[in-house]
Design a protein around this ligand. Structure first.
Ligand code: NAI
Ligand code: UGA
Length: 462
């Protein structure tokens, strides 16, 4: 099938590359000219394991193309995905301006041929109907313009005035995780389609046939949930809010563990064996960050408030998470007493391992707090570069290696559980530190080994 993807970020690029890999013809569009130019030359705009090879192979076979032109994306496509960002505004509600602009622009390029406009961006419940209206507005405006100028091939619609655009809107929420986005896309737990039109559902079934009806005997069909637009949009928020709440729950338990002398990692292991609970998302630590959990939980609280509902549980989820970052500072304060004038080595800037994404990274929030308290912070991350953090935290120093960061520091603070940090020679770390203090905000180091290397260890809830 022919697929257009608008917004070539974490979701759009991964979706486009994976759909191209299984044989669809995909055009990925972005209004960031530098990004598109880079992609055409084989430069990845993000760090995502396995993505570069996938993109290169799909480009080489001609299955995947990049453009800045809306017409080149919409015109040839049977399915047009919206995958632009929906970041939080100051009041917690999502900024939908990119979705609005894109939906209207898609409308301007529709003609009489049937297309499905699929929204994959995370948008508040009820937005599907709003997207449909915007696409219609775009189509009507373009038709009116073209009508008055007797359509001259200027890239606007080829609809006659009064002729309705032939499209249907579907919602297809995305559940990939950064750092394992390619794997997640090829191995989803479910595919959710929100649509109220059988024709659109049939198109989506065909698009996802690779997953729904696998030809290879060793692959199980992926369950597909077909529902109405609003429910599909709500499924996305409910999933993220549940996962965020699960982490805040274990962090709450961790904080009790610290007081009563229990070890939260053993608690997580044991309760996780209960199939009704499950072990995943029970890692206590400095709390969740990233471009989605903070934004989506806040957006759900904000949507509920619009309808007069006060989300007590989700507000607690948010405040427990905020507290976890403060906890890291308190632990350092307990160890070093005075923070002003101290040097802190901080390992890990990305919001989680295997990504270069620093959006809402707990590490940056903690680093900023420490800088404000008068510390010198020397950070290291295997993939996040100094240039990435400079705009946000100009005083943050970035070392070339994990061991370089600890030289002369008063404490080591581990904020992201990159696997390489668990393999570092702890004897060398101890020799480099001015004071033998290790705060492991991700519980990723072995406490015994840290102590054996002559350092004091403080984890979260253990
Ligand atoms: N990052 C993730 O892991 C996941 C994100 N989502 C959701 O997917 C959506 C996209 O997220 P990301 O891919 O992380 O965002 P992103 O910020 O990485 O990418 C968005 C892209 O859209 C482009 N863009 C913005 N306005 C445009 C316009 N008018 N025309 C064309 N391109 C435009 C930007 O230049 C950027 O390349 C968000 O709603 C997010 O909540 C959902 C699941 C996972
Ligand atoms: O909507 C989204 O954007 C995505 O948000 C999350 O994916 P992501 O944010 O990429 O990463 P996660 O692995 O979920 O981690 C999120 C945060 O929670 C933290 N976390 C995760 C697990 C855990 O046990 N403890 C914990 O503190 C991580 O360190 C990270 O800061 C969801 O897992 C995806 O399903 C969803 O598609």
């Amino acid at each position: 099938m022919k697929v257009g993807v608008i917004g070539t970020g974490y979701v759009g690029l991964v979706t486009g590359a994976c759909l191209a890999t299984i044989g669809h013809h995909v055009v990925c569009m972005d209004n960031n000219t530098a990004k598109v130019e880079g992609l055409r030359q084989g430069v990845m705009p993000i760090y995502e394991p396995g993505l570069d090879a996938l993109v290169a192979a799909a480009v080489a076979t001609g299955q995947l193309q990049f453009t800045t032109e809306m017409a080149e994306t919409v015109r040839p496509s049977d399915v047009v995905f919206i995958t632009v960002g929906t970041p939080s505004r100051a009041d917690g509600s999502p900024d939908l301006s990119a979705v609005r602009a894109v939906a209207r622009a898609i409308g301007a390029h529709l003609d009489g041929r049937f297309r499905v406009v699929v929204n994959k961006s995370t948008v508040p419940v009820g937005s599907g109907n709003w997207v449909r209206m915007l696409v219609e507005d775009g189509a009507n405006l373009a038709a009116a313009t073209a009508g008055s100028s007797h359509y001259t091939g200027n890239g606007l619609a080829v609809l006659s005035p009064g002729e309705p655009p032939n499209f249907s809107v579907a919602s297809n929420p995305e559940f990939l995780r950064e750092g394992s986005a390619v794997w997640d896309t090829f191995n989803p737990d479910r595919i959710v389609i929100g649509a109220e039109d059988v024709k659109a559902i049939a198109v989506m079934r065909k698009l996802y046939a690779y997953w729904l009806a696998p030809e290879q005997a060793d692959r199980e069909p992926v369950p597909m949930v077909v529902t109405d637009l609003a429910s599909a949009e709500m499924i996305k928020y409910a999933a993220n809010a549940f996962l965020a709440t699960k982490i805040s729950f274990i962090n709450e338990i961790a904080n009790i563990c610290e007081r009563v002398g229990a070890d939260v990692t053993r608690i997580a292991e044991a309760i996780g064996l209960d199939k009704r609970i499950g072990r995943s998302f029970l890692n206590a630590g400095a709390g969740w960050g990233g471009s989605c959990f903070p934004k989506d939980v806040s957006a759900l609280v904000s949507t509920a408030a619009e309808y007069g509902h006060d989300c007590e549980l989700l507000k607690a989820t948010l405040s427990v998470n905020e507290h976890q970052r403060q906890l890291v500072i308190e632990k350092l304060q307990r160890e070093l007493r005075i923070l002003k004038g101290r040097t802190v080595a901080l390992w890990g800037l990305a919001f989680k391992p295997h990504t270069d994404d620093i959006r809402c990274a707990p590490a940056l929030a903690v680093a900023e707090h420490l800088l404000n308290l008068g510390c010198r912070v020397v950070a290291h991350d295997p993939v996040v570069t100094a240039a990435q953090v400079q705009g946000q935290l100009p005083d943050l120093q970035v070392a070339g290696s994990a061991l370089e960061a600890v030289q002369g520091a008063d404490a080591l603070l581990v904020m992201t559980e990159w696997p390489e940090y668990t393999r570092v020679n702890l004897g060398v770390v101890a020799a480099g530190l001015r004071q033998p203090v290790v705060i492991d905000a991700r519980n990723c180091l072995d406490p015994q080994q840290v102590v054996q290397a002559g350092m004091r260890y403080s984890g979260v809830g253990r």
